[in-house]
Design a protein around this ligand. Structure first.
Ligand code: C5P
Length: 221
């Protein structure tokens, strides 16, 4: 059994991917499975934390011992995360949040019309939940952890993102063939606002989750 080094702590974890509806049957979505977020939830429960998991469209069974809240869209995810973050010691944003959503929602199914070009889809920006949580810090000393999936210049882009978002730790994944999306394994570098850089070799998502909690507990007051 794991050391209960998160006992007495409330951690909030978002997992999965948001879906932004166009009409009652279509949405804009992404390929996040939610598995990394669930691994974070399971390992945090094992280390003694009170865990609130805000899940978006994962279809995964609830992890034992965690409170699970459901969100479909980025706006709903923001609401649930901000509410849960009020008394949280740690907020981990592992969910893939859509940067944009359709500007309009059609209440009836959008139809194709013979001989007509499809209408362009206008998008508007979604709120950046991670930047908001990190900027506001609902509690003094609250730690905020973000994730970033990058395809090139992984470390430089990760450093810039860490600063831009204002979080304490940023887990940077290189998006590749056998890792990250939908897979049971992951490989990442965890960047710290203090300049630290912790490489995590290819392995189970639980192993990466435990490294995140190690870095978090070292930084909790
Ligand atoms: O900017 P980018 O989407 O690459 O940042 C990824 C990180 O920011 C993830 O932790 C994700 O959960 C969070 N995010 C967010 N709100 C958004 C977009 C991303 O909280 N609208």
């Amino acid at each position: 059994p794991a050391e209960p080094d998160l006992a007495g702590r409330h951690v909030v974890i978002s997992a999965g991917g948001t879906r932004e509806p166009l009409d009652p049957v279509r949405y804009l979505g992404n390929r996040s499975s939610g598995k990394q977020g669930y691994a974070l939830a399971r390992t945090a429960v094992a280390r003694g934390a009170r865990v609130t998991l805000v899940e978006a469209n994962t279809g995964l069974p609830d992890p034992a011992g965690a409170d699970v809240l459901r969100a479909g869209t980025a706006v709903q995810l923001r609401e649930a995360v901000l509410k849960a973050a009020g008394d949280a010691d740690v907020v981990v944003m592992a969910a893939a949040v859509a940067d944009f959503r359709p500007a309009a929602y059609a209440t009836g199914k959008i139809k194709k019309k013979d001989g007509q070009e499809p209408a362009p889809v206008a998008l508007v920006r979604n709120p950046d939940i991670l930047a908001e949580v990190a900027g506001e810090r609902a509690r003094p000393g609250q730690l905020v952890v973000g994730f970033a999936a990058e395809t090139d210049d992984v470390l430089a882009n990760g450093r810039a993102k860490l600063r831009r978002k204002g979080c304490d730790l940023l887990v940077v994944n290189e998006v590749g063939e056998r890792k990250t999306f939908g897979s049971e394994e992951n490989e990442a570098v965890v960047l710290g606002a203090d300049g630290s850089e912790t490489p995590v070799p290819y392995g189970p998502k639980e192993a990466l989750a435990d490294v995140v909690w190690d870095l978090v507990t070292a930084r909790l007051g």
